[in-house]
Design a protein around this ligand. Sequence first.
Ligand code: MSP
Length: 508
Amino acid sequence: MSIYITTPIFYASGAPHLGHAYSAIIADCSKRYHRLKHSRAFVLTGTDENGQKIERTAAINGATNKAFVDSRSLLFKHLWHALDFEYDAFVRTTDVNHHQLVRQVWQKLASKGDIYLGKYEGLYCVECEQYYTQRQSSDGACPIHGPIHGKKLEKLSEPTYLFKLSQYKDAVVTFYKSNPGFIQPDYFRYQIIEALNSSECHDLSISRVHGQWGISVPGDSQHIIYVWLDALFSYVTALTSAGGTVKDLQNTHHVIGKDILKFHGIYWLCFLLAAELPLPKRLVVHGWWTCDGRKISKSGPAKIISPAELATVITTDGLRLGLLSQKPLEKDGNLSVPELIVNVNSLLANNFGNLVKRLVTIAYNNFTGEISWQDTTKLSCQSELLIREVNEAIQSVDRAYQFYEFSEVCNIIGGCLSAANAYFHEREPWKKRVNADSEDHHVKETLCVVGAVLKVIVVLLKPITPKTSALALSQLNDEQNGDTWPVECKVQALRVNKPISVFERLKI
Ligand code: MSP
């Protein structure tokens, strides 16, 4: 079975920022994990390029809409390359095949009587591309963008096509009842159930007469299809670009930020039910990165560093590890570069890189890089304990990856590394009689056990830190096992290469 993991398609109105990078790294890391388990896993991404927001921003930048989205889309591609985000499909909502698909969907819904022409009056936020009710905005400001840049809502009254969302509400409620694990973490499932139980499921305005940049409504070119209907179906366009079909929606995990939960948890499901398409497998919802308590966004805060710049300062693996380890998925986290550096140094430079280097150096200098090991050799209790801890970690890290609990993955790995370092220090392999002819069992056992532990940890870390893991695998001469999830930690002969540093300590 194939697994498809999607990122949201990113608004091409601004430059990519750390919040975007977070969604992308989560999806990439999960794909790499599934590949280690030999699943056919694919990651899909792209850019959201239609709508009034793009038109306005292109005009401010003195560019044509097309030239503007072309350049913005490229910025995302460059960044994904710099962050080792290996996507399998990149969809742009200005692509012809995407336009065709969305218009087909529209025609299907219209032919079923799920779309009708009406009028919409309300308070609209161009940034969110959605209407808000008076109740949601007592002060006339956008609940999302008001606190960020004082954005006021605009009063709009316009003819619009409406989608009979209310017709599908009950089916969605039933779906949630029979699929309690659909939204992850649970915390966000309750939010959606609450929204479904409140009176917020009115029919949805799905066309705009303001602006021209988008997909026109079949048979009524005065109207442009609402960007969210357009954007959500990009997941189907992307699936087909990656070689899948609409059926694969049921094997799809959508990684999204908490701000776009309602669009996915309610609207998307209703659209799919109306279009008679399968529902996705999972919604994986993450919290925000903030800076001084404010959500990081394209417009601020000013002092926030760009993801590409940060990756050059703390390395790509450092950035990936830092963002994934520092907070549980569902929580918001305040970004502090010095804190990231301390955490990355602690796990990757000290606990991991340093142990690899010390092990390889002793084995290389004192045993010409090769230590033999008999499978029948009895291990000391101390070694047995460490091996058992690592074997348990393989199971618990596996479970944590399955549920996108990356900070837990890092905690468990950090625990194993601390145990391995303590074992190494207590046994002091550098102090014993070590030379090529020595039969010093204590030293050999220590080195082979730590080698076996590190071979496992390198692979457990690989989805998060692909470059560092590749270097460490080559130090431990274990590339052949680097593409497969470890089954167990097994002490075996050790062969190492000339020592190098697999991760240089970052400077604050
Ligand atoms: N274009 C829509 C998504 C359509 S998907 C069919 C969109 N784009 S976005 O560019 O605004 O956001 C893309 C992703 O970045 C979302 O998952 C969003 O939650 C995430 N982030 C944007 N800012 C963020 C932070 N400050 N922190 C973490 N992630 C946040 O919404």
